[in-house]
Design a binder for this molecule. Structure first.
Ligand code: F6R
Length: 582
């Protein structure tokens, strides 16, 4: 499961009734070699590989976390939305908190309840009732009991010949188990101290489950059951949305929104996909907070803009990797001139976090495919939530609305999850429809215009098919002249009703020139035009850019597969672009 993170790793086990723990800043394979764990034969083990979202990649922040009395160990995935509040609570009650990882507080919460009830399962259930957010966690108790809980994303209990394994990725049971149970969001699996497996709901009521035979294609194990990391990462979007929403802490959102509101000017800098997310942010800010930031590529920023930046300006720097050299150079130059920097990154161990005045984690989990997918949608989540807070800071958004953000994102996550297979099969058909073209346009207007740019970028880098993003109103100012049957057009139905009406005329006109047209539609009931329609389920207006990104990513993916491109590692591209500036 190393694709889920290898910043740090750790294991805990029970030996003669005592909990032992080792953890280090190495991938799990190295941990086993370094600490001679390969030959360890013990009845219970609990392991974890970590991709840091709270607290840097430091052995202290590695899981498992133990309570003050070493009666239990906890590993977790996701992020606790109410971490700050729980941390204050356990500190006030005198617990020794040794790490900056949010899951350590869970060990202390369970510890207190275990003191009171002496029942591992009851303590576990009462503790998880206090937890908010997108999480999966397992606790191992010194008496040999283990309990696992998941809030949203299924986890699996595999049954082998002489082994029970609880895992978050089904394919990792390959070679270990012959059958498995699926544990759904809101359920708890318990392995009792004498080795029985049972399931309960949050009220402790038994849930009856039957094991299913495990059928896993061994070739797909390294990519979690998918042929490519890119497809796996797109399929993770429903969960990474929630992971991100859980990880952004109110304190930092409020700090960042105050900085933006009090600034003379806000400048957003980024490259590539992150730049497109930054463009969507400018629409969010304009509408929700009346702030119109300057959005500029960090490659251009040092050339002309930086000399006009100074004290009182805020630079929002967005970088999935946190290591893109143009972003780092721009941030460095901006800070030299006195600007304040808010960094947004998926890598909290990056230089961007060190160079920023404050940083907000994107927390999408590791992204291994070169084409950015789940980090784009998660970046949009952070930017949307931030824009709402800026709106609240200037009283254009009701404070009460902020409390509804989590529910809104949960709804989006559910919708994306339930429509993914359908959207993917439509995207695949659309890819077949335009696959023999030599180039094309992705067209939209308004808040979805940056998505046209992103869709075109994704198609180019993933499938090597030339594509250009065009603002709808600009199509007739030149680009339309080259449309014919070899040049496709992908239209994204705009969210602004006036723009949507004009767009339909453009769709008809483009089709009349013979261009194979794909229309990503979220509101049209029926389209009486010779075009391929991809239906995208509708969600709230500001979340539609996230919903619309997914069919575009899938379209790019299927084009790549059709054209035989190694989509996880497209030629000449690197996951982190360094060394292009001095
Ligand atoms: C596209 C892609 C690149 C990156 C760009 C910036 O899929 O991955 O365009 O978005 O290189 O990278 P970060 O966000 O790491 O600064």
């Amino acid at each position: 499961m190393e694709f889920r993170g290898k910043d740090t790793s750790g294991v805990a086990w029970v030996e003669e009734g005592e909990l032992k723990v080792v953890k280090d800043s190495v991938p799990v394979g190295e941990l086993y070699a370094k600490y001679g764990l390969k030959d360890l034969r013990v009845p219970r083990m609990l392991g974890h590989t970590r991709y840091s979202t709270h607290g840097k990649a430091d052995p202290r922040n590695a899981h498992p976390h133990v309570d003050c009395r070493r009666r239990l160990a906890v590993v977790g995935d996701g992020a606790l939305r109410n971490y700050e509040e729980l941390l204050m609570e356990v500190l006030r009650r005198g617990h020794r908190v040794e790490s900056k990882s949010d899951f350590e507080v869970v060990a202390h919460l369970i510890e207190e309840l275990l003191e009171r009830y002496e029942s591992p399962v009851r303590s576990f259930l009462e503790a998880i009732a206090r937890l908010r957010g997108f999480i999966s966690l397992v606790a191992l108790f010194a008496d040999g009991t283990a309990a696992a809980y998941t809030s949203h994303q299924p986890i699996y209990v595999g049954l082998g010949e002489s082994l029970v394994a609880v895992v978050p990725v089904l394919t990792s049971l390959y070679g270990l188990a012959g059958s498995y149970y699926e544990v759904l969001g809101g359920e708890v699996a318990v392995v009792t101290s004498d080795g029985r497996v049972l399931f309960v709901d949050l009220d402790g009521r038994t849930v009856i489950k039957s094991p299913q035979p495990l059928r896993v294609n061994g070739d797909l194990v390294p990519k979690g059951g998918f042929p490519h990391h890119m497809l796996r990462e797109i399929y993770e979007v429903p969960y990474s949305i929630l992971r991100t929403a859980s990880a952004v802490q109110l304190k930092y959102l409020e700090m960042a929104s105050r900085m933006i509101v009090q600034s003379k000017r806000t400048i957003v800098i980024a490259n590539g996909t992150s730049l497109h997310a930054g463009m969507v942010f400018s629409y969010y800010l304009a509408e929700l907070a009346g702030v119109t930031p300057l959005v500029v590529s960090s490659s251009e920023f040092p050339l002309y803009y930086v000399d006009n930046v100074g004290v009182g300006d805020v630079v929002v720097a967005i970088s999935q990797s946190g290591e893109t050299s143009e972003v780092l150079k721009s941030v460095y130059e901006a800070r030299l001139r006195g600007a304040t920097v808010i960094g947004l990154t998926n890598n909290i161990n990056s230089r961007l976090t060190r160079f920023s005045n404050i940083y907000i984690p994107i927390a999408a989990g590791p992204e291994l495919a070169v084409p950015a997918t789940k980090t784009f949608t998660s970046t949009l989540v952070v930017l949307y939530v931030l824009a709402k807070h800026v709106g609240a800071a200037v009283s254009r958004v009701e404070r009460a609305e902020l409390g509804g953000l989590w529910r809104e994102l949960e709804e989006l996550s559910r919708m994306v999850l339930s429509s993914l297979d359908y959207v993917s099969s439509q995207a695949r058909e659309a890819a077949e429809y335009i696959g023999s073209c030599t180039s094309g346009y992705v067209v939209s207007r308004g808040i979805t215009y940056p998505l046209a740019l992103e869709g075109a970028l994704k198609i180019k880098e993933s499938s090597y098919l030339h594509a250009e993003g065009v603002e709808g109103g600009e199509l007739r100012h030149g680009p339309i002249s080259i449309l014919d049957r070899n040049v496709f057009t992908i239209f994204i139905e705009p969210l602004e009703s006036s723009a949507a009406a004009d767009m339909l005329n453009l769709v008809a006109e483009s089709a009349s020139y013979g261009s194979p047209v794909v229309l990503l539609s979220h509101s049209l009931e029926r389209v009486n035009l010779p075009v391929k329609v991809v239906k995208v389920p509708k969600t709230s207006r500001h979340l539609m850019p996230i919903a619309l990104a997914i069919p575009l990513q899938l379209l790019a993916y299927w084009l790549a597969v059709l054209r035989g491109v190694d989509v996880d590692r497209p030629r000449r591209l690197a996951k982190v672009v360094t060394g292009t500036v001095s």
